[in-house]
Design a binder for this molecule. Sequence first.
Ligand code: SAH
Ligand code: SF4
Ligand code: F3S
Length: 446
Amino acid sequence: MKVRARGENPLAYVRTYGCQQNVADGEKIKGLLAEMGFSFTSEPEDADFILFNTCAVREHAEDRVFGNVGALKNLKRRHPSTIIAVCGCMTEQERVAQRLKQSFPFVNLVFGTHVIHRLPEMLRDVLVNSERVFLQGHEEEEIMEGIPVRRDGKTRAWVTAMYGCDNFCSYCIVPYVRGREKSRRPEEIYQEFRSLVEAGYKEITLLGQNVNSYGKGLEEGVNFSSLLRSLDEIDGDYRIRFMTSHPKDASKELFDVMAHSRHIPHYIHLPFQSGNDRVLREMNRKYDREKYLSLIRYAREVMPDISFTSDVIVGFPGETYAEFQDTLSLIREVEFTNLFTFIYSSREGTRAARMPDPVTYGEKTKWFAELLETQEEIAVRRSKRMVGTNERVLVEDRNQKSGLLSGRTGGSHTVEFSGEDALIGNFAEITVTDARGFQLHGELIR
Ligand code: SAH
Ligand code: SF4
Ligand code: F3S
């Protein structure tokens, strides 16, 4: 197959939206494209192949994609040979696939989340037969292993532990677009993980929508804690991170493994979504406020220095202002390092989309502002407490504005400090000297 190229080599532009799972998929897609002879560009204008790897989790994410795909119409006029493709979670929704088919005739290829490995044949059909290709594909029984990966970074890497989600939280589209939960075999994960450590990666993040249910359905009799324990035994100078942990399946064993590990920072992202029991029940989260708080208490008992981050939804259908206050009180009680906050967005086909939703969006944005203000106060207070402490940071890059190096602590705080470029991609020891808002400043020790 010959890919049409305007330059010497065919160039691909791949843009990924959404969560780390999508980022990991994007790296596989780039691996496949590289095998087909593509090089990569960050300029859509120069590309022979343009791909949007999309996210469906909130309406705003979808609107952005439609806007950006629409904007390619003119580019296609200038460069008619450019192939335009859309994949990822959005395309798994029939409504979206239809809209792309009917209203975006310049889009050549649309494919779902279960058929990434078939990209070479899909591209061949587009090129050789000059067809528009739409492929949803069914979920395979077995996980596709061995797809080449072209990783975006040299310091941080993603390793999928499990695919899909079985939880059907009532607001969430993910189980519909990602299919059923499937765990990768532990030896596959171990091999990939070890080769990343050997290649010098410093932070390796295990991925899954609910990593705590890892191992269900496998013959090996493993769970997430035992997986972590076996990976932690691999020698080397690196950190293990993981996301996301669902509180309903987080166990004492998990926190015990973290407390005794060599490579797992004392940090966990543990989304609580709401601090009110009625709302949690309506969300189908399968834990209550007390269970969540008891996990936090146990984690602090075995790791007094542990740091927590979380996801929160404001304005779930039927949530009252009084119930929202329970979310604020939970935030004050736990004192999270950082929060990822969302205003509820109705997703067609989910249970919550059929629930009465009397509170106006305008009202919800007021609650949202109150949430941000509350968290800001907490973050500032927590950051101030860190002044004078020593932290090990993974240096990520140089902040162009401040000219300082920027790194991340084990607990996921960002710290800026002055130092040589050679530190980028390595660990450094710093003393926290100042906290301005959430932002920490430090001095290099070594
Ligand atoms: N599997 C992860 C979350 C994946 S989606 C977990 O269960 O924790 C990431 C976050 O997006 C969720 O935690 C939730 O806070 C938010 N989210 C999901 N669906 C949403 C919706 N319909 N409206 C607003 N926020 C939503
Ligand atoms: Fe969505 Fe819930 Fe699954 Fe997370 S656990 S992906 S919020 S359904
Ligand atoms: Fe979005 Fe799909 Fe992830 S819907 S949040 S990219 S699993």
